[in-house]
Design a protein around this ligand. Structure first.
Ligand code: ITT
Length: 196
């Protein structure tokens, strides 16, 4: 398969600048230039992050015609049978970290995982290509944050192999563990392997 776009800037369609900054650091290490675009992505109701990301990528591409990425991520808490999962954005906006901690007050099982699906789409493809990343960890008893680090559920999520929550880490530290960095590294590996 031959791609005209290798070496060109690709775009990350997102409303979340934190997500963009994390992705940019991963991609710049792989010498891939990325720009942020704030096209309104369509987020359908679905239990599958992959389906949400795929439809969002096609919808964003129709608006701007540029080679682009969208990413859909979610926090899956074992004691809550995977909740909030694909509803993470809504749950964060409504009950937030305090609300989630309250739901888990009596729960001894603190196991949780973040999942990310990166969907890449351009005019040269028939359908978006997806790359997944995951990190296993636990929900802390209290929020822990260092100055302005992190966003969303970061203050209450600690990867298994770390003593720190995501919100106690710099972006570079978080990228060593995170679902997003893993998915973007997989994307970068594929993208770099394309023939010009
Ligand atoms: P988009 O415009 O890219 O959709 P978003 O913030 O809505 O931005 P997602 O739908 O991918 O992003 O993520 C849903 C929510 O899950 C998000 O609002 C956060 O609250 C939470 N989340 C996702 N990734 C996270 C991370 O790395 N750390 C903390 N919370 C995260």
């Amino acid at each position: 398969m031959s791609f005209q776009l290798k070496g060109k800037v690709i775009f990350f369609a997102t409303s979340n600048v934190n997500k963009f900054n994390e992705a940019r650091k991963v991609l710049s290490r792989c010498k891939i230039a990325v720009g942020m675009i704030r096209v309104k992505t369509l987020e359908i109701q679905s239990e599958s992050l992959e389906e949400i990301a795929n439809i969002s990528a096609i919808h964003a591409f129709k608006q701007c015609g540029l080679p682009l990425i969208v990413e859909d991520a979610g926090l899956f808490v074992e004691a809550l049978k995977g909740f909030p999962g694909p509803y993470s954005s809504y749950v964060y906006k409504t009950i937030g970290n305090e609300g989630l901690l309250k739901l888990m007050e009596k729960s001894i099982n603190r196991k949780a995982r973040f999942r990310s699906v990166v969907a890449f789409f351009s005019g040269e493809l028939n359908a978006p290509i997806c790359f997944k990343g995951e990190v296993v960890g636990e929900i802390t008893r209290e929020p822990r944050r260092e100055s302005h680090h992190g966003f969303g559920f970061d203050p209450i999520f600690k990867p298994v192999k770390s003593q720190k929550t995501f919100a106690e880490m710099s972006i570079n530290e978080k990228n060593k563990y995170s679902h997003r960095a893993r998915a973007f590294r997989r994307f970068a590996k594929w993208y770099k392997s394309l023939k010009v």
